[in-house]
Design a protein around this ligand. Structure first.
Ligand SMILES: C[S@@+](CC[C@H](N)C(=O)[O-])C[C@H]1O[C@@H](n2cnc3c(N)ncnc32)[C@H](O)[C@@H]1O
Length: 257
């Protein structure tokens, strides 16, 4: 049966790659590459660097999987994403059926960890559910950008006995402050932290975490919000793309902490 590995490769630092991931990388015959969004060439380069650094045989190959265009104008964000994911899984199924031999091992190298804001697990489940391609698949966890952010700022994500929420920039504006005291925000193209009431909130922000372009800023939101927006604009102008993540930490009242 064809084998497929979904390997978390960390958030940008090749040293995020775990020993389990290195073992998995060394089993792979075909790496399927399906990049989307900002910085595809930088991310593809890093994936190749990881393979060259950790794989001890020359037998692996890379196959590009064409990424179907997503309708970014659609009013219903959720259904547009679902349609696009279904199309991706059909394209992937075709390419894997053609390029991966019956006894071979294929892999997707997943940015960060496969469990966080990544559609690959769902896509593979769709392929398996259709039943045309027999696949045995396994997931290898990776260091996510959230863990990288916490480590670089030398903080824990939650406070003693309190909750932490992981959300998107799109949702932050609608839900903040919800029930969590600490909120991690990903996939924020606009800087949604500007839209939340800043009083009593600290921000721990990081861009390009784990890479040589890493930027870190922390402080009271009211004080550093403009500085972060300026850093985001500069970075976008220089590199053409930006990946950032941040934690918003609400000051606890005397009865809470
Ligand atoms: C599609 S999600 C993938 C998340 C990934 N699976 C993970 O575990 O980090 C992309 C988002 O992750 C965050 N991200 C990924 N890599 C990052 C990095 N090196 N530095 C800062 N944020 C990063 C950003 O919020 C970005 O918009």
């Amino acid at each position: 049966m064809r084998k497929l590995l979904l390997i978390g490769i960390g958030a940008g630092d090749p040293e995020h790659v775990t020993i389990q991931a290195v073992r998995a990388l060394n089993q792979v015959d075909v790496f399927f590459v399906m990049d989307k969004g900002p910085g595809p060439s930088d991310l593809t380069v890093l994936r190749r660097e990881i393979c060259e650094r950790y794989i001890e045989h020359p037998r692996f190959r890379f196959i590009e999987v064409p990424d179907p265009a997503r309708d970014r104008t659609a009013e219903m964000y959720r259904s547009a994403v679902e349609v696009w994911r279904e199309q991706r899984s059909v394209v992937c199924e075709e390419v894997m059926g053609r390029e991966l031999g019956e006894d071979e091992c294929g892999a997707f190298l997943i940015w960060g960890d496969p469990s966080l804001y990544d559609g690959t697990i769902e896509m593979v489940e769709q392929i398996v559910a259709r039943g045309h391609l027999q696949l045995d698949y396994e997931i290898i966890p990776g260091i996510s950008s959230v863990q990288a952010l916490a480590a670089r700022h030398r903080i824990a994500l939650n406070r003693v006995g309190r909750s932490v929420e992981i959300t998107t920039g799109r949702l932050l504006t609608e839900t903040y402050p919800g029930t969590a005291d600490d909120v991690v925000v990903m996939l924020d193209s606009k800087g949604a932290f500007e839209s939340v009431p800043a009083d009593g909130v600290r921000i721990y922000w990081g861009a390009y975490l784990g890479t040589r372009d890493e930027i870190l800023i922390a402080g009271d939101l009211a004080d550093v919000s403009d500085e972060i927006q300026a850093a985001r604009r500069r970075a976008k102008d220089e590199k053409g793309w930006l990946m950032d993540t941040y934690l918003l930490r609400r000051r606890l009242g005397p009865a809470e902490g």
